[in-house]
Design a binder for this molecule. Structure first.
Ligand SMILES: C[S@@+](CC[C@H](N)C(=O)[O-])C[C@H]1O[C@@H](n2cnc3c(N)ncnc32)[C@H](O)[C@@H]1O
Length: 358
C-alpha cells in the first residue's frame, strides 16, 4: 500500500475510535512534583519544620509517622534526627510524592525512612501495621473527611505517651475592599445607626461624616476598611458588648458562643483585654482578631464576602483551613487532649495533643 494511503487509513481509523470513545479527557490537574517541592521549601519559611522538630525532643529508636507528607521535607528531617535508628513513615495519597521520597531517601542513605501511598478516604489499613511514638500532620488536618472517626481509629495505633503534632495555619486576614460583597448595602445600614451600635460607635469622625453625607464608592469603602482593621485588632472593641446579654444569647449559635467564650477566657487569663493593641504579643493579637472577627461576621456578614474570613467561624471548613478551635473540639471527641503548642510564626502554630488517659 502506498505510504500516503496508509496514513489516510490510520487517520480515518483514529477518527472512528475517537467518535466512539469520545474525546480523550485531559488528566486531572495537580501541581507537578517540582512545583510541590518548591512550595514546601517556601512554606518552611513560615512553618519552620526545623524549629518544630528540634522542640519535639526526638530520641533514638522512635517510630514516627508523617501523614500527608507531601514531598517529604519534614520526613527527611525526622529521619536525619533519628540518626539511622527507629523508623519514619511518610504517607501521602500522591504516588509521585511517595516515589520521590523513596528515591531521595536512597540517595541520602536514610535507611530508616519509608514512604507509603495511602487511600484518600478514611484511615488506610497501612497505619495499623505499626505503633507510633509521634504522629506529625502539617497542613493536612483540613484535608480529611470524617475526622473524628479517622483520629479515633488512629489513636488505637499510638504507643503509650505518644504525641500527635498538628501544624496548622493560624493567620487571621485583615479586611480589604475586596471583602465587601455589598458595599452600598453596608453604607446604607451603617448610616442608619447611632452610637448604640458598637460598629458605628467605633468608626472615625471622618467616616461618620461620609456616612452622614450618604457617600458612595471608593472613598467611603476605603475609610470603612481602615476603621474595620483598627477595630479588628482592638482588645477593647469586643469587651463592652460581649457582656450584653443580647449578644450572648441571640447573636451567636451555640458553637460560636463556645468559641467566643474560649477566646475570651484565653484573653482574660492573660490580661489582654486591659492592654492597648500595640502592647500585645503576636499570638494575643491573633486571638483578639478572631474574637472581633466573630462579631463582624455576625453583625455585618451579609455585606461581606466569605473570602478567608470564615476560617475562624466554628462551622468548620467554610474555607480551606480548619480553625484550631474546631480541631480541638474534634480531637477531644476522638479521645485526645491538648498538651501544649509551639508558636511558629504569625501564620502557623504546632499544637501538641496526647491521647486521653482512660
Ligand atoms: C498542603 S499539603 C502539606 C504537605 C506537607 N505536610 C507540608 O506541610 O508541607 C497536604 C498533603 O496532604 C496530602 N493528603 C491529602 N489527603 C490525604 C489523606 N487522606 N491522607 C494522606 N495524605 C493526604 C496531599 O496529597 C498533600 O501532599
Amino acid at each position: 500500500m502506498p505510504k500516503n494511503m496508509m496514513l489516510i487509513r490510520v487517520l480515518f481509523a483514529s477518527v472512528i475510535v475517537m467518535s466512539i470513545a469520545g474525546p480523550v479527557k485531559p488528566a486531572e490537574a495537580k501541581p507537578p512534583l517540582k512545583f510541590a517541592i518548591m512550595r514546601q521549601e517556601h512554606r518552611n519559611e513560615y512553618v519552620q519544620f526545623e524549629t518544630v522538630i528540634e522542640a519535639l525532643d526526638i530520641t533514638s529508636g522512635m517510630t514516627i509517622l508523617d501523614i500527608g507528607s507531601g514531598p517529604g521535607y519534614a520526613s527527611f528531617l525526622f529521619a536525619e534526627e533519628l540518626r539511622g535508628s527507629g523508623k519514619v513513615f511518610a504517607t501521602d495519597i500522591r504516588e509521585d510524592f511517595v516515589n520521590y521520597i523513596s528515591d531521595e531517601a536512597k540517595r541520602r542513605g536514610l535507611t530508616n525512612l519509608f514512604s507509603v501511598a495511602v487511600k484518600a478516604e478514611g484511615l488506610d489499613n497501612f497505619y495499623g501495621k505499626h505503633q507510633y511514638d509521634l504522629v506529625f500532620l502539617s497542613n493536612v488536618y483540613h484535608c480529611f473527611d470524617n475526622r473524628i472517626e479517622y483520629f479515633s481509629k488512629l489513636r488505637g495505633f499510638l504507643k503509650q505517651k505518644a504525641r500527635l503534632v498538628i501544624v496548622l495555619y493560624n493567620q487571621v486576614p485583615v479586611f480589604s475592599v475586596d471583602d465587601f460583597s455589598n458595599a452600598d448595602g453596608l453604607v446604607d445600614n451603617l448610616s442608619r445607626e447611632t452610637d448604640d451600635n458598637p460598629f458605628y460607635k467605633n468608626l472615625s469622625a471622618g467616616t461618620k461624616k461620609l456616612l452622614g453625607d450618604h457617600a458612595k464608592g471608593d472613598e467611603i469603602e476605603r475609610a470603612l476598611v481602615d476603621d474595620f482593621n483598627r477595630m479588628l485588632v482592638d482588645p477593647r472593641f469586643y469587651k463592652g458588648f460581649y457582656s450584653d446579654s443580647y449578644f450572648r444569647k441571640n447573636l451567636f449559635t451555640v458553637p460560636e458562643r463556645e468559641f467566643a467564650n474560649w477566646l475570651l477566657m484565653t484573653l482574660e487569663e492573660d490580661g489582654v483585654l486591659e492592654k492597648p493593641a500595640d502592647q500585645l504579643s503576636a499570638k494575643a493579637l491573633r486571638t483578639v482578631m478572631k474574637l472581633n472577627r466573630l462579631f463582624f461576621m455576625k453583625k455585618l456578614g451579609g455585606y461581606l464576602a466569605g473570602g478567608g474570613m470564615g476560617a475562624y467561624i466554628p462551622a468548620g471548613d467554610a474555607n480551606r483551613h480548619t480553625s484550631k478551635y474546631v480541631m480541638l473540639r474534634e480531637l477531644d471527641a476522638a479521645g485526645y487532649e491538648y498538651s501544649s503548642e509551639i508558636n511558629l510564626s504569625p501564620y502557623f502554630d504546632a499544637v501538641i495533643m496526647v491521647p486521653k488517659t482512660p
